[in-house]
Ligand binder design. Structure first.
Ligand code: IFM
Length: 469
């Protein structure tokens, strides 16, 4: 292969999230979040793991930024911990917390790396959950206040402000299936959370427009690619219903101006959506400079006849409660391998399809892959290295899938690998490793895996077709 497959302007980056890497959970005035409470509740996370120490990034951030610079990355996507900068989720801001992110942003700029800041990657201040959490409107208003505080402090030193990371997880895993914090299993509350997250996104987006007019605005959605088991009308309807819950409950208000009518009809037995007030959808539709897409695997469904054995292979844990509110008659089917250590199937072609769908439905909307990557059971070899060829293969194939979508017209402007470092993988604790840089949790030593070396060469050349080693 000769020449660059990706142009010089294509942005290569890596992504992390505050609770997954920072540690320092009780330092410098940080308050508790729902993930502190959840991870400290027996039985909630694997091995009882918590983010108390994580990858100790709060103390090692300079060294971690040096790794980013050595990788040659053009951008770094991190999240701001709401309870670190505004411990109670309302009122007083914590200067020490703001100073940490200010130093981080300056450290990136000094290294020539574009800061991409996510305002919310799941760590809601516990006090706000105690007052009702995302199912109540007040939380969206508190988010607007929080956004104003951090944008005022960091302003347009941040190149791109991303309001929310994967609101699907916050709403449906946090309030319906309960496999994420706060661990509630209340279907109607999950749909109210969907709406208040959409509203929060819009309110925070307006804050960015007002206070940092030169910064870019985005949101990151984990959009689902859903396929039917058969060509039957019933299976097609199963796809439609899951698409409404998974994708269009966010894309509708954010990019289409309204909630889709079929979503409201499908869930009428769960809620009447009376929490949506006049004008809310318009607020949620704040224009985006870039839509962030997180993609890992695809989903296979069928209509359930009510009698046959169910598979329920939707990969969201053994919870008896489904995240798929109001869609009990949809069954999720196991997919052929290979799978990653998460049990997720590997389906790069689905990413091409997703990007082309977005290109067709939202023409002119720039796109960015804000997360893509894989957990595997990494082994440190006798030579001290981690020869993670399966991760390299996964990344190479997904990046080629993005090149395919670009060739067919999708305006994909960048790619952020998940993740820079091994980190706290939520309910799986430290049992799953997504990093291109290994973290030894006993010593906090960082070691580049082969995938990091491979990624550095890709960033340098723009060619995915690099050797693994
Ligand atoms: O680790 C998570 C991240 O926090 C959000 N997106 C998916 C990743 C892998 O599960």
């Amino acid at each position: 292969m000769t020449g660059r497959v990706f142009p010089e302007s294509f942005v290569w980056g890596s992504a992390t999230a505050a609770y997954q890497i920072e540690g320092a959970a009780r330092e410098d005035g940080r308050g508790p979040s729902i993930w502190d409470t959840y991870s400290h509740t027996p039985g909630r996370t694997r091995n009882g793991d918590t983010g108390d120490v994580a990858a100790d990034h709060y103390h090692r951030w300079q060294q971690d930024l040096d790794h980013i610079a050595e990788l040659g990355l053009g951008a770094y996507r991190f999240s701001i911990s709401w309870p670190r900068v505004q411990p109670g989720g309302a009122g007083r801001f914590n200067q020490a917390g703001l100073d940490f992110y200010s130093r981080l942003v300056d450290g990136l700029l000094e290294r020539g790396v574009r800061p991409v800041a996510t305002m919310y990657h799941w760590d809601l201040p516990q006090e706000l959950e105690d007052a009702g959490g995302w199912p109540v409107r007040e939380t969206a208003l508190r988010f607007e206040e929080y956004a104003a505080g951090i944008v005022a402090a960091l302003g347009d030193r941040v190149h791109t402000w991303t309001t929310l990371n994967e609101p699907w997880c916050s709403a449906y895993l946090g309030y319906a299936s309960g496999v994420h914090a706060p661990g509630r299993t209340e279907p109607a509350a999950a749909l109210a959370a969907v709406h208040h997250l959409n509203l929060a996104h819009g309110l925070a987006g307006r804050v960015v427009r007002e206070l940092a007019p030169t910064a870019e605005l985005s949101v990151t959605l984990n959009l689902h690619v859903i396929r039917p088991e058969s060509a039957s009308a019933a299976d097609a309807d199963a796809v439609r219903r899951i698409d409404a819950l998974a994708n269009r409950s966010f894309l509708g208000p954010m990019l289409g101006g309204a909630y889709p009518a079929d979503l409201l009809a499908d869930t009428a037995g769960v809620t009447d959506w009376s929490f949506v007030r006049d004008g809310d959808e318009k607020v949620a539709g704040v224009p985006l400079d870039v839509l962030g897409v997180n993609y890992y695997s695809s989903t296979l469904v069928r209509a359930w006849d009510g009698h046959s054995a169910r598979s329920d292979a939707d990969g969201h844990g053994a919870s008896a409660h489904s995240p798929w509110v109001g869609a009990d008659d949809v069954d999720f089917l196991p997919q052929p391998g290979p799978h990653t250590a998460m049990g997720w199937n590997i389906d790069p072609a689905a990413l091409t399809g997703l990007l082309l769908r977005l290109h067709q439905e939202y023409p002119g909307q720039p796109l960015m892959i804000t997360e893509n990557g894989a957990a595997f059971d990494d082994v440190v070899s006798a030579d001290g290295r981690v020869h993670d060829e399966r991760r390299v293969d996964y990344l190479r194939r997904h990046i080629a899938a993005i090149a395919d979508a670009r060739e067919q017209g999708a305006d994909v402007r960048g790619y952020f690998v998940w993740s820079l470092l091994d980190n706290f993988e939520w309910g799986y604790g430290y049992d799953r490793r997504f990093g291109i840089i290994r973290v030894d949790y006993d010593t906090q030593e960082r070691t580049w895996k082969d995938s990091a070396h491979w990624y550095r060469r890709l960033v340098e050349t723009g060619l995915p077709d690099q050797p693994a080693d």
